[in-house]
Design a protein around this ligand. Sequence first.
Ligand SMILES: [Cu+2]
Length: 232
Amino acid sequence: MCKKDRVSWHMIGMGSDTDMHGVYFQGNTIHLRGTHRDSLALFPHVSTTAFMQPDRAGIFRVLCSTLYHFTRGMNQMYEVSSCGNKDPSEQPYGMIRTFYIAAEEVEWDYAPNKNWEFEKQHSDRGWERHGDIFMNHTENWIGSQYKKVVYREYTNGEFVEIKAQPPGEEHLALLGPMIHAEVGDSVLIIFMNKANRPYSISAHGVEDMESGKGLPVPVTKPGNLPQRSAPS
Ligand SMILES: [Cu+2]
């Protein structure tokens, strides 16, 4: 294909109910249902059409991100030629979005509402009381609370005040904060390790433009505060 061509990718999921594919396009984004993205889920007996208007020339992969499928050959190349279509003189980069994120230890309750667990585990087999093992904190059982390291977003680089969770994100629970950006923005993450072991933060799926490889993930020792940025 040529750069700036308007390309349709038609995909159909063959196979049985276990053949679920994560189709990943390296190098260029696809346009699907009103969003720009680099991958889509393809279910059995479902077909999807995704549109691409490539803005990068080169040889790129199309692969299934399900490891089992990838290692068995779901990995192809597609080629974009420039065809005389020049790059725009200005880079379309937008704003820099800065996030202050720390790894920190919390005492997490893995089963805050224990009713379901007790009912399920005690229903028909009175001699197997798994609910007690996982839920009750006694001399012999450790209960449902364990130390857990989570990502938390702070208001600024002093890492004192945790940023209030926006409404509608309560479901994230022990997951880290949402990082929102627009295509063309740069994302700057200031990461602080407030926990007691080495931790890291990495942008999954973000690749170096030249090498096509994932970005290195610097490991951060407890109490340290390095900086890194990644293109969105
Ligand atoms: Cu697959």
